[in-house]
Design a protein around this ligand. Structure first.
Ligand SMILES: [Zn+2]
Length: 298
């Protein structure tokens, strides 16, 4: 059986791995479950990375951890390709193991409604080790410029950008679906969350890319996508960001553009469904609605 094979491989290679205590072995090797609300990392809210207790492979990011009240650390995403899903011996649940070493982590649950991703990696605290970010200097910026597939396409390739996600912002419905936003009455914009490293790039660079990759003079949407959810909008997280955005809008106005971009304060970012994420990376091709056009000289 699949699981036993994994376990066997893992036992035969234990030499390379961290030595485990008996309590750790019970969960990691023999797939027991720790008592709920007993784990050290259950309420950990620090920034950092959760790695495999046995082999140190990075498994989860702190930004994907959420409080499910279930008694075990819960995440709604994994570090890409870190986790293997297998059928649990109980024949019902999906077990999750470390792809690298086969360590038992916990189980996977779907469609419980906790977060927009509708997925919960329910992980034994004892299977994890937490590595805090010494100093999390990464920043996030939020842009709406029409179809978020196209917006993300350019941002995910930009120097200094460490991660992008697409979702919805600015509306009045909790956890909206794409279908709901398409009804044009939730108030949401299709929005891209851009995580960047300010040591390598800057908010100004992000703003320039935003303006240079869509038609910010269009008032009724973007390209062929018509509707309020496609309106050009900068969501600012601070007065400083707002001022920089206004500076660039004024530069564009002086250049003769009729800028339709609006400014709004950030609100909850609801991640869109998985199939919208990094759309062009998975599907290939280029955006139908966005092009790069150089505007700013510096
Ligand atoms: Zn591992």
């Amino acid at each position: 059986m699949n699981i036993n094979e994994n376990t066997k491989n893992q036992f035969s290679e234990t030499m390379k791995y961290n030595e485990l205590t008996n309590a750790e072995k019970r969960v990691i090797l023999f797939k027991e479950t720790e008592r709920p609300f007993s784990g050290e990392l259950l309420n950990n809210k620090k920034d950092g990375t959760y790695v495999c207790k046995q082999c140190d492979a990075p498994l989860f990011r702190s930004s994907d951890k959420f409080d499910s009240q279930c008694g075990w650390p819960s995440f709604d995403d994994e570090i890409d390709g870190a986790i293997k899903r297998v059928n649990d011996a109980d024949g019902i649940r999906t077990e999750i193991i470390c792809l690298n070493c086969g360590a038992h982590l916990g189980h996977l649950f779907l469609n419980e409604g906790f977060t927009s991703k509708q997925i919960r990696y329910c992980v034994n605290s004892i299977s994890l080790k937490f590595i805090p970010n010494i100093k999390n200097t990464l920043k996030k910026a939020y842009f709406a410029s029409g179809c978020f597939w196209g917006t993300e396409y350019f941002f995910m390739k930009a120097p200094g950008v460490t991660r992008t996600q697409v979702g919805f912002m600015g509306g009045n419905v909790e956890n909206p679906t794409y279908e709901q936003v398409c009804q044009k009455n939730t108030g949401h914009f299709e929005c891209t969350e851009v995580e960047y490293d300010p040591k390598i790039t800057s908010y100004e660079e992000m703003l320039k890319l935003f303006f240079e990759t869509h038609d910010f003079t269009q008032t009724d949407g973007q390209g062929p996508d018509i509707g309020p959810q496609y309106q050009s909008c900068i969501f600012y997280s601070s007065q400083e960001e707002k001022q920089v955005a206004e500076k660039y809008i004024n530069i564009l106005i002086k250049m003769g553009y009729d800028v339709a971009t609006i400014l709004k304060p950030t609100s909850v970012f609801w991640e869109a469904e998985d199939y919208h994420q990094e759309y062009y990376k998975h599907k290939g091709g280029r955006p139908y609605c966005h092009n790069y056009k150089k505007i700013f000289i510096m």
